[in-house]
Design a protein around this ligand. Structure first.
Ligand SMILES: C[S@@+](CC[C@H](N)C(=O)[O-])C[C@H]1O[C@@H](n2cnc3c(N)ncnc32)[C@H](O)[C@@H]1O
Length: 295
């Protein structure tokens, strides 16, 4: 078993893979792109000339300094030495028209640059993710997607995680992360890379997914924050049935029985229930709760 590099630093060294990833966002010439974990800039170098604005979020201060120096003459590229999980993506968007101030700490030459016009209201995201926080990063992106500020993302992650995310309800791979991802985006599996594409090579294969953000709350007839926390409670304990998870979350058996939809078998586990049926159950329970509070 190889030693795990700090901060998930398995750098991409396969040049054709870098090119494929940077091209997978499509035409980004008028887009603001956020790169998560640029590292030594393998993807950044190809992406910078292809987009209107590029925000790179790198947690490692030495790598952030290296990139800030490399891109010192590119005012449309901003290097943020920051943790992606603590980065408010909506703030990046609002800084589009004031880029030179934002980048001044790491990119002194940008003080001299012309202000860059704000190119687009939504952001695209790209990244060969630090695998140890893949789920946390996805959940962080979904918060931004619910605010309507993300258009699409191209993300590399461990192959097994990508397969789980893209799997259908009822399959053995489907779980909470699949449900949350499919609630917020259309998922496309783009391609898979072997460990040798990286230095140092990880112990796992890696897959690139494309997410086209299209939160489904309106279509499902549910209120986003309420349904999100309901869904979280349905997956709280993996070995319990959906009904048992909901009892743990505070719903009474009588409540559940009175509204339980025919589309969901009584003993179903959450992993087998499509989002449409979950939303039907949530709507029925919400209506039931508001009716009883009116009595
Ligand atoms: C798998 S490497 C990818 C590096 C580069 N993009 C490449 O493909 O070669 C992950 C990168 O994420 C950075 N990273 C780790 N944790 C982070 C965090 N919480 N926020 C932002 N970047 C992080 C690491 O320092 C590293 O540069």
């Amino acid at each position: 078993m190889s030693k795990k590099p700090k901060l998930g630093q398995n750098f991409l060294v396969d040049e054709s893979a870098c090119l494929r990833i940077s091209e997978s966002l499509g035409d980004t010439r008028a887009r603001t792109v956020v790169e998560i974990g640029p590292g030594h800039g393998a993807i950044t170098d190809l992406l910078a000339p292809r987009c209107a604005l590029l925000h790179c979020i790198e947690f490692d201060p030495a790598l952030a300094r290296e990139l800030a120096f490399r891109f010192r003459n590119d005012p449309h590229v901003t290097i943020h030495n920051a943790d992606i999980l603590q980065t408010d993506l909506s703030q990046l968007e609002s800084q589009n028209s004031n880029l030179e101030a934002e980048s001044s700490s790491l990119n002194p030459s940008s003080l001299l640059a012309e202000p860059t016009p704000s190119p687009a209201a939504t952001l695209d995201v790209i990244g060969n993710l630090p695998y140890y926080i893949t789920s946390d990063i996805l959940l962080h992106l979904f918060v931004a997607a619910r605010k309507g500020i993300l258009a699409r993302a191209v993300l590399m992650m461990q192959r097994e995680v990508a397969e789980r995310i893209a799997s259908a309800p009822g399959s053995s791979d489907y779980g909470a992360l699949s449900a949350f991802t499919q609630l917020h985006a259309h998922v496309t599996n783009l391609f898979t890379l072997p460990p040798e594409a990286f230095s140092p090579p990880p112990d796992v294969y890696s897959t690139v997914l494309r997410l086209d953000f299209a939160p489904r709350f309106t279509e499902l007839g549910v209120e986003p924050e309420g349904f999100n926390s309901f869904l979280r409670s349905t997956f709280a304990q993996k070995r319990k049935t959906l009904a048992n998870n909901l009892r743990v979350a505070g719903y009474s058996s009588a409540q559940l029985t009175s509204v339980w939809p025919t589309s969901i078998p009584a003993q179903a586990r959450s992993e087998a229930v499509p989002l449409e049926a979950m939303a039907e159950l949530y709507r029925a329970l919400s209506t039931n709760a508001s009716n009883s509070s009116e009595l």
